[in-house]
Design a protein around this ligand. Structure first.
Ligand code: TRP
Length: 332
């Protein structure tokens, strides 16, 4: 079995965009690989170091959300990044193999820095060493577990490329030790927001969270962007520019053809169309929310899953570290 490693930052609850963009893909991979799923608390701290309570709380929230979506802990090893000190150790050694200019040229880092500038103005300029260096730490995440395949979205490809460069450099200097990982691109591209923005995101205020209440979901969907040229209920409209249609499609509405035709022919009002989507969304979220409630009532089960997974992951990382230390001649 090949080894898969992926990670997710514990900075908030999962939303529908996470489900269709990433989690669904992970579900289809579980059972076929040796699968490590990292709750990347150290990485979350690179830009949330001032908010440790938030990160800690979300380690559990996120694990609950993932379990509730159907990630199966008997097939997937959940672990907490900070509990594996070998990752931090590898990060230090890898940091010698990366130049500052290469880090600043990383497109993901570049984009994230400019987003910070846009949000924080001048303050956004003061990016930390830890933040600019997180691709190095992510390379350690992957290689500590000899990850061969890394399922990621497109925005993460530059990080994976940087990881491969580090692996090649390490192997060329210290001898063949590390495995060069390949990416496994998610089949669904990023999920759009209710407002029509290219990405559904927590900070963008355009997301439906898996734990949103019925009331909140109804309000959010009622406010979704539709064809702006449609004024009256029976005006014909273009479903291709409508977010409600987009979500009907995403959620595989079995009457999609009808939705589309009725919309084009002006036989379907937006309110009715939204109500139908609300119903589908609630039905989709119901079993997930039931499981969320169950795990909130049984925190000891969640803790056990994290503990057992972390123990298993730790063995693998220790094994890598023995080889790395030997290659680097620091195996005193
Ligand atoms: N950077 C990833 C994200 O923001 C999360 C992550 C952490 C990750 N470690 C990883 C992804 C290792 C793939 C492999 O989504």
């Amino acid at each position: 079995m090949k080894t898969i490693l992926t990670g997710i930052r514990p900075t908030g609850n999962l939303h529908v965009g996470h489900f269709f963009g990433a989690v669904q893909n992970w579900k289809s991979l579980q059972g076929q690989y040796e699968f490590y799923l990292e709750i990347a608390d150290v990485q979350a701290l690179t830009d949330h170091f001032h908010d440790p309570e938030m990160v800690r709380k979300n380690v559990y929230e996120l694990t609950i959300d993932l379990l509730s979506c159907g990630i199966n802990p008997s097939q997937v090893t959940f672990f907490i990044q900070s509990k594996i000190p070998e990752i931090a150790e590898l990060t230090v050694f890898y940091s010698n193999l990366v130049t500052m200019s290469r880090l600043y040229r990383n497109p993901t880092i570049k984009t994230e820095i400019s987003q910070k500038k846009a949000i924080f103005g001048e303050k956004g300029e003061s990016v930390t060493y830890g933040f600019v260096g997180y691709p190095v730490s992510q390379a350690a995440d992957i290689t500590a577990f000899s990850g061969e395949l890394v399922p990621v979205g497109e925005d993460q490809l530059p990080l994976l490329e940087q990881c491969r460069e580090i692996v090649r450099k390490f192997n060329s200097i210290y001898g063949d030790t590390l495995i060069e990982p390949s990416h496994l691109l998610t089949t669904t591209p990023r999920v759009k927001g209710l407002d029509g923005a290219e990405k559904m995101g927590k900070s963008l205020g355009n997301a439906i969270f898996l734990n949103d209440s019925e009331d909140v979901i109804s309000k959010k969907i009622m406010g979704a962007v539709t064809d702006t040229k449609k004024i009256k209920k029976d005006d014909p409209a273009d479903p291709e520019v409508c977010m409600v249609y987009y979500y009907h499609k995403l959620m595989k509405n079995e009457n999609l053809e009808t939705v589309c035709q009725e919309c084009r022919q002006g036989k379907r009002g937006c309110v009715a169309c939204k109500r139908e989507l609300i119903e589908k969304m609630l039905a989709f979220l119901k079993p997930i929310q039931e499981k969320q409630a169950y795990f909130h009532e049984h925190p000891e089960e969640v803790e056990k899953i994290l503990e057992e997974g972390t123990n298993k992951a730790s063995l693998k990382a220790k094994d890598t570290m023995i080889r790395v230390r030997k290659s680097m001649k620091i195996d005193y």
